[in-house]
Design a binder for this molecule. Structure first.
Ligand code: CA2
Length: 160
């Protein structure tokens, strides 16, 4: 079964408790539940992890090869600042999708820059909790299209 790592960056543990007009009313547990439900319906497993620490997120990314097939990440504020997270994503070479609850391009100009946008396979921004779900669907579709073709044995037709 495919394993997908879901990474939530700093302050996302506060979801549901503050700024509901911007980030919605769902708590992080509820967000994770919705992601897990979709994952189950698609026959894949998701493992969520939230941290306020850049280093902890980097360590999870570094530990991903061999354990996870893909990453869906809301790097939150680190999106706009973290060369360390960018370098970690580049180093592991696992398909990743960047997601944001809000539309970062409708907000302050410092949020218009993502340090990871060009090293992920795609970005989903502005759909609230749906951004995670769309990100998961996107990465699963990518995995299906990039599945290594199993070697065919004994099927070669000898034309003489
Ligand atoms: O829209 C997003 O998902 C963001 O990644 C959220 C980050 C922000 O820095 C990015 O520019 C866009 C902030 C996450 C903070 O989450 C909170 C949740 C509830 C209450 C306060 C903060």
């Amino acid at each position: 079964m495919k394993q997908i790592l879901i990474l939530h960056g700093p302050n996302l543990n506060l979801l549901g408790s503050r700024e509901p007009e911007r980030y919605g009313t769902a708590t992080l547990d509820e967000v994770n539940r919705q992601i897990a439900e979709l994952a189950q319906s698609k026959g894949v497993e998701v493992v969520p992890f939230q941290s306020n620490s850049e280093g902890a997120l980097v360590e999870r990314i570094q530990a991903a090869p061999g354990r996870y097939d893909a990453i869906v990440m809301n790097a939150a504020a680190y999106t706009h600042t973290s060369i360390a997270i960018r370098d970690a994503l580049l180093a592991v070479n696992i398909p990743a999708v960047e997601v944001h609850l809000s539309n970062i391009y409708q907000r302050e100009t410092f949020r218009h820059t993502s340090r990871i946008a060009d090293v992920v396979i795609g970005q989903v921004s502005g759909f609230g909790v749906q951004s995670y779900l769309l990100g998961l669907l996107g990465v699963l579709s990518h995995l299906e299209r990039h599945e290594p073709v199993p070697e065919t044995r004994g099927s070669r037709i000898n034309t003489g």
